[in-house]
Design a protein around this ligand. Structure first.
Ligand code: TIU
Length: 221
């Protein structure tokens, strides 16, 4: 076990039982013209997470530990898209409609895919999820159990939506989650702060919050 500085207290890192779970670093959320911008958001708020994620991913791969990626999106026939999700926001353009990077949040379209800076390599499972949480309607839990994983370092976007939902789902399934704050991003600065506070408050009610620098230092030990 290696102690990683974190809040509310040090995280006992157990590398063989730990996986890096990168949430939804997709072009639809991070690049102009995608779902995020369609919802009225400033995508530049998320782009500061790319470089810290790139460094953490490189160190994690160099240590030979498990990496998983998720993508939020739907079948091309939209059969798995709840009508409530499709019409939410009353936008003129919605999920499944054509956008600048293909159909919005549809599997197989350019905008749905992971940004080139963090693109998965062979052997890294990619979890396609229809919801905000990565455990809902996916095989993530089975894949982690089969590999003996009990700890997750969770990064990606957005802090208060898919990252928080996934950390909460993971917590209820018995995983210890560490969130490096520089590797998660929100379109809203106040939600970034509160999204992290909600994880680490009450003695770490959902998990721990740390930094990528301290995780990378532990990986090098
Ligand atoms: N809108 C928003 O903040 N997030 C999402 O819709 N999905 C994810 O967080 N991935």
């Amino acid at each position: 076990m290696i102690d990683i500085a974190a809040e509310p207290y040090a995280f006992s890192f157990d590398p063989p039982r730990a996986a890096l779970l990168i949430i939804d670093m997709q072009r639809d959320f991070l690049e102009p013209g995608g779902f995020g911008e369609m919802l009225g958001n400033d995508v530049s708020q998320l782009r500061r997470t790319i470089e810290p994620n790139r460094r953490l991913l490189a160190a994690w791969r160099a240590a030979g530990l498990m990496v998983l990626h998720t993508r939020e999106g739907h079948r091309p026939d939209l059969a798995d898209l709840p009508p409530a999700k499709k019409i939410r926001g009353r936008s003129a353009t919605c999920i499944g409609d054509p956008g600048p990077m293909g159909r919005i949040l549809v599997r197989g379209e350019a905008g749905h895919d992971i940004i080139p800076e963090l693109y998965p390599v062979a052997g890294e499972p990619v979890i396609d999820k229809p919801g905000k949480g990565a455990f809902f309607a996916t095989d993530l839990h089975a894949i982690l159990q089969n590999r003996g994983i009990s700890q997750l370092v969770v990064t990606g976007v957005t802090t208060e939506v898919c990252v928080n939902t996934t950390v909460r789902e993971a917590n209820d399934r018995g995983y210890n989650c560490l969130v490096p704050e520089d590797c998660v991003g929100s379109y809203f600065p106040e939600f970034q702060a509160m999204g992290l506070n909600m994880i680490k408050a009450q003695g770490g009610i959902f998990g721990w919050v740390g930094t990528s620098k301290d995780v990378i230092a532990a990986l090098k030990q």
